[in-house]
Design a protein around this ligand. Structure first.
Ligand code: UT7
Length: 335
């Protein structure tokens, strides 16, 4: 049998600073009620000066490594998924590697984007590397610092109320039996409408990359056509779940123990559950506490579900995401 992969341990870390909807309402025209009704979000975590993506990622990674029962020195590869790198270049993966104190080992670091679908893309890469026999232990991180790039004024309220900061990590290793293994990953993208959720500048295609006019116009802040994104999300996420079910011969939704969806909007996830006939108790959401942490939502949500006993060893788990790009995908695994 060729190697198969499994998730050996999961960790998470969020900043300690809690930002409530009321805190945001003091800075822009919004209300706690509007945010809860449209998104489900009650509060999120935002970094304080000195906290970094690599720093949060290191904390999440140390927990994942410990849960996996290995040492940082055992890692063969680091995959770092983020749309908000700590600096323009080099990628944040090497900064995480340095924080973990394993720079001297020459462990390769692979930085990937794919926004909200970053963790699923990363899982598909990790799974392929393990199957190929190239690597035995891969650290996969989704980490995001959104708050330092948001327009905290009424102009940016549609996006700013949604995003939070945080990091989640998983160690992917070689499966030793069929009861604990990654069964499938399916990843997709369609760039036709890349601009419906994007940050336009700084951009290497511009001369200069960021001008005073760009700053004045707020082009360095993320922009979103929310309703369009919402419609695509509630179409693509059920498709990705069905694709994974078919590939694995899973005949009934009842066979799935837990769905961990990307946390973009509670209403999106509730609609997805309804569309596929999934009872609410079989989907874990924690957007209420953390907002949308982009590439970090799935490992953070999965970590919480494991801690709460909602995901148990051997359970059939579905991870599913949709995000900017547009990108989407799913993963099925026996935990
Ligand atoms: O993770 C990546 C994927 N992202 C997503 O999946 C996000 C998908 N989209 C959404 O979650 C929703 O579109 C939002 C939550 C962003 C917005 O909800 P919506 O129901 O689509 O509202 P809308 O953008 O159509 O805006 C409705 C009204 C507008 O006012 P008018 O034009 O009707 O007077 C907005 O200006 O709500 C206004 N509005 C707000 N009001 C209070 C927009 N943002 C806010 C706000 N507080 N924060």
């Amino acid at each position: 049998m060729t190697n198969r992969s499994r998730i050996m341990g999961v960790g998470m870390s969020v900043p300690s600073r809690v930002v409530t909807n009321h805190d945001l309402a003091a800075k822009m025209e919004t209300t706690h009620e509007w945010i809860v009704e449209r998104t489900g979000i009650e509060e999120r975590r935002w970094v304080s000066p000195g906290e970094t993506g690599a720093g949060l990622a290191a904390k999440a990674s140390r927990e994942a490594i410990e849960k996996a029962g290995i040492a940082a020195e055992d890692l063969d590869l680091i995959i770092y998924a983020t749309l908000s790198p700590d600096i323009y270049f080099p990628g944040t993966g090497v900064l995480l590697q340095r924080e973990l104190g394993i720079g001297h080992k020459g462990v390769p670091c692979l930085d990937i984007r794919q926004q909200c679908t970053g963790f699923i893309y990363g899982l598909s890469i990790a799974d392929a590397y393990i199957r190929s026999g190239n690597f035995k232990h891969i650290l996969l991180v989704g980490a995001e610092i959104q708050s330092t790039g948001l327009d905290v004024s009424t102009r940016g309220r549609d996006i700013t109320v949604i995003f939070g900061d945080g990091a989640g990590a998983a160690v992917i290793g070689v499966a030793t039996d069929e009861a604990h293994m990654i069964l499938s990953t399916h990843i997709h993208a369609d760039g036709t409408e890349a601009e419906i959720l994007w940050t336009e500048t700084p951009a290497s295609r511009n001369h200069p990359r960021l001008s005073a006019e760009d700053l004045e116009a707020g082009k360095h802040f993320p922009q979103m056509k929310g309703k369009n994104v919402f419609k695509h999300a509630v179409t693509r996420m059920p498709q990705a779940i069905m694709e994974g079910m078919q590939a694995n011969g899973i005949k009934s939704i009842a066979d799935i123990d837990m769905v961990i969806p990307h946390q973009a909007n509670l209403r999106i996830n509730q609609m997805v559950a309804q569309m596929i006939g999934l009872p609410p108790e079989k989907m874990h959401n924690n957007i209420q506490k953390y907002g949308n942490t982009t590439a970090a939502t799935i490992p953070i949500c999965m970590h919480e579900a494991i801690e709460l006993g909602k995901i148990k060893p051997g359970d059939l788990v579905c991870l599913v995401a949709f995000g900017a790009g547009l990108t989407w995908g799913s993963a099925f695994l026996r935990f």
